[in-house]
Design a protein around this ligand. Structure first.
Ligand code: COA
Length: 213
């Protein structure tokens, strides 16, 4: 197993991996591969935290297969007094369906978080399942005084998570996290997304219990 920075020649393979990982998980089909495709040219994208995880593969001509990927983005917490506190987020994070629940997701995420810490990143906020992210140090963000932009301030938001990478970064802070605009690209440019999606092999969209959209 090897973790390294994503290279331009990996882009299509990684977008295909992202599509495979997210397909029918949260909605029939998925949009995360397009989010990634568009994000790499977004000023919020952090190329130093754009990692792939590859394993040996006898069936691949290169002898390697990329089975994991994660990217990070700049984000913001708007404080009660209107001041902006820099924050960061990550995702999509993808592990190929054939390699799920073998520890690769956690290994990749922990590696990326360690690099983020070395870069001086103070806090990482994200939307996800605490049952996975708690293993990498995340807690429900409301316990750190951070609200979610799309929910009432007093709401319990069990899927909105955060982790201080600089201890005390959120001391005396109360504010609201805003998901960066770049994550909504597929909904804002539906036609462009559909044209992009049409460049991939057809896959059946299914309605499955547990999807949230
Ligand atoms: C989510 C994802 C990145 C996790 O990677 P992974 O390699 O499968 O997870 P790991 O094997 O590292 O999991 C470590 C532990 O986290 C927990 N965990 C992982 N996935 C979980 C899930 N779907 N539900 C509940 N707990 C989970 C388990 O405790 C697991 O340990 P265990 O397998 O011994 O029980 C991967 O499953 C994936 O790509 N999913 C589809 C895309 C996606 O949902 N991305 C995240 C969007 S927020």
């Amino acid at each position: 197993m090897n973790i390294r920075l994503e290279q331009p020649e990996d882009y299509r393979e990684v977008e295909n991996l992202t599509r495979e990982a997210f397909w029918n998980v949260y909605a029939p089909g998925c949009v995360e591969h397009y989010v990634l495709n568009q994000y790499r040219s977004n000023p919020d994208f952090i190329p130093e935290l754009d990692f792939v995880l590859e394993v040996d593969s006898v069936s691949s001509p290169t002898g390697r297969q990329i089975i994991g990927h994660v990217m990070f983005s700049k984000a913001e917490i708007i404080q009660e007094d209107g001041n902006v506190l820099p924050a960061w987020t990550f995702g999509p994070i993808s592990i190929h369906p054939d390699y799920k629940r073998k520890g690769y997701g956690l290994t990749l995420l922990q590696y990326a978080l360690d690099k983020a810490k070395e870069m001086g990143i103070g806090v990482v906020c994200m939307e996800g399942n605490i049952e996975f992210y708690k293993h990498a140090g995340f807690v429900v963000a409301s316990t750190l005084g951070i609200h979610y932009h799309a929910e009432p301030k007093d709401a319990e938001v069990p899927y909105f998570l955060a982790q201080e990478l600089i201890p005390g970064y959120l001391n005396s802070i109360e504010g609201t996290y805003h998901t960066p605009k770049g994550y909504y690209v597929a909904f804002e440019n539906k036609e462009a997304f559909e044209a992009y999606e049409a460049t991939f092999p057809e896959k059946e969209k299914k309605v499955i219990e547990g999807q949230i959209f």
